[in-house]
Design a protein around this ligand. Structure first.
Ligand code: CS2
Length: 493
């Protein structure tokens, strides 16, 4: 099948496919999105599609991608159109999304991207660039001033590589043209994501032009947001499956679950779509939502990903089909996460946990443990370490946090339990692997080596004897007995 999904093709699609309910030719751009990967397409772009259908407005999305050309190649020949397949064991919904108008590939369209950032009709820039895209030290939130790409982007006239470089140069152009500011809305899995962005962008801009930093502080708002939807990487198998329903190929396809949540701090300096009419929760403070989501959902996801991968499971749904893993996650939540988070009175935390397990069990999604295991050095601080700090301070349980950390350390060692090489994707992958090899079976030294990685653990955990001893012991057990035996032992089986 050669023909692709596009505007022309929409009329020919089977009747049960949901189509954009508005005239796309009338929609003008009001949002620029940076990082138009699968998550954005299955999340923010769907909410914007709903808003456009409900009440129109100039809120179309110009997509952009900083690293990969493939997004532009997927979506531009399709007039920005793509399909979202929503799946679980009971449902399959096929919906074409029309809110993305076109996609810029930064490296080849730098002028267009900078002009779009400077264009006064763009009121909001949304971002999904993953944790490492902020070029910050996860432990302190400060700009990584020695990061190679940051150093390069600080050179005058550099064509930016980093998010911060693009934002800074684009806003410089906007300011120079005398236009008003806009909203930068981070949609990445970081606590206080808006504040993290503000801090690093101001630190970066200060070095470029102090007057620009002052302007940004006055003219740009940085709402925090909590985003939640499970979106595995799309596979060729998914595309072939969708092509049968669509009777054409969709290179931009994304596959996701029925659940979706977006909670946004209502702080938009240049106006916004009526998000609250399409299910977005607009609040004055997202902290509690963010903390619960990062520590319960993402904390468990990472635990299941490292331990599950090492135990030989390729997909999350396979891991939570094992009763020992379910028991571990339930006890992790009850004994370690729950005591350490603030749960608002009207939040049903029991129902939340059952719903999470049901979402993880969705075997219609093929969510790889390997995908979640990526970039652990950037994810661990907000997923586990804040919980750990609070449990250590109160003398609470830390068994599963230690188990999780030990599995992560075993994972980044770069070999699975059968001795096969693991393709570890992490900005610190080589450093972490070499650290393990340096100390290998000397577990107390190995633990000290890891806890001394300040950009992950900050300086406060390295001297904690309780943590160090428990972690060294767990690492030794994992090395000798493997994950499955250790898990059974921790569960008292
Ligand atoms: C996952 C998240 O890949 C990962 O690290 O834990 O992407 C997770 O699926 C989303 O945060 C769910 O909202």
């Amino acid at each position: 099948m050669n023909h692709r999904l596009n505007q022309q093709q929409l009329k020919r699609l089977p009747a049960d496919i949901i189509l954009p309910q508005y005239d796309r030719s009338q929609v003008k751009a009001g949002i620029l999105h940076i990082g138009t990967g699968a998550f954005h397409r299955a999340h923010q772009a769907v909410y914007v599609d709903d808003v456009l259908a409900l009440e129109g407005g100039d809120w179309g999305i110009v997509g952009s991608s900083l690293r990969s050309k493939s997004v532009a190649e997927q979506l531009n020949p399709q007039d920005g159109l793509y399909t979202v397949l929503v799946r679980d064991s009971a449902r399959l919904q096929t919906r074409v999304i029309g809110s993305v108008l076109n996609v810029l590939y930064a490296a080849e369209q730098s002028e267009e991207l900078l002009d779009t950032l400077a264009n006064p009709s763009i009121k909001i820039v949304t971002l999904t660039v993953t944790e490492k895209g902020y070029c910050h030290d996860p432990a302190t939130g400060n700009l990584l001033i020695n990061h190679r790409d940051v150093t390069a982007d600080l050179q005058p006239n550099a064509i930016p590589k980093t998010l911060l470089g693009w934002l800074c140069r684009g806003l410089q152009r906007r300011k120079a043209a005398g236009f008003t500011g806009l909203t930068l809305l981070s949609c990445d899995n970081l606590p206080n994501n808006g504040r993290v962005l503000k801090k690093v962008l101001l630190q970066f801009s200060q070095r470029v032009d102090p007057a620009l930093a002052v302007w940004i502080e006055k003219s740009v708002s940085f709402p925090c947001s909590m985003i939640d939807r499970i979106v595995p990487a799309t596979t060729e198998e998914d595309r072939l499956f969708a092509a049968q329903t669509l009777a054409c190929r969709d290179e931009g396809l994304v596959v996701t679950e029925p659940f979706s949540q977006w909670v946004i701090e209502d702080n938009f300096i240049a106006g916004r779509p009526a998000f609250e009419k399409v299910g977005v929760q607009m609040v004055s403070d997202v902290t509690a939502y963010e903390e619960i989501k990062l520590r319960f959902l993402n904390g468990a996801h990472s635990l299941l990903a490292y331990a599950g991968f090492l135990a030989g499971y390729q997909y999350i749904a396979q891991v939570v089909a094992q009763e020992n893993f379910v028991a571990a996650v339930q006890d992790f939540w009850k004994s370690e996460v729950l005591p350490s988070v603030y749960v608002p009175l009207d939040f049903d935390i029991d129902a939340y946990q059952s719903q999470l397990l049901a979402r993880f069990s969705n075997s219609a999604l093929r969510h790889k443990t390997w995908q979640i295991a990526m970039d652990g050095s950037q994810k661990i601080p907000q997923r586990w370490l804040n919980t750990l700090r609070s449990q250590l301070a109160s003398g609470g349980e830390i068994t599963w946090l230690v188990f999780a950390l030990a599995n992560w350390i075993r994972y980044v060692r770069g070999y699975d339990e059968q001795g096969q090489v693991i393709d570890v994707q992490d900005p610190l992958a080589l450093e972490l692997r070499d650290l393990y090899r340096q100390y290998d079976k000397n577990y107390p030294k190995l633990v000290q080596g890891f806890l001394r990685l300040e950009q992950i653990f900050d300086v406060d955990l390295v001297d904690n004897e309780r943590l160090s001893m428990a972690l060294a012991e767990q690492l030794e057990h994992l090395a000798v007995d493997g994950v499955t035996v250790c898990l059974g032992r921790l569960l008292g089986k």
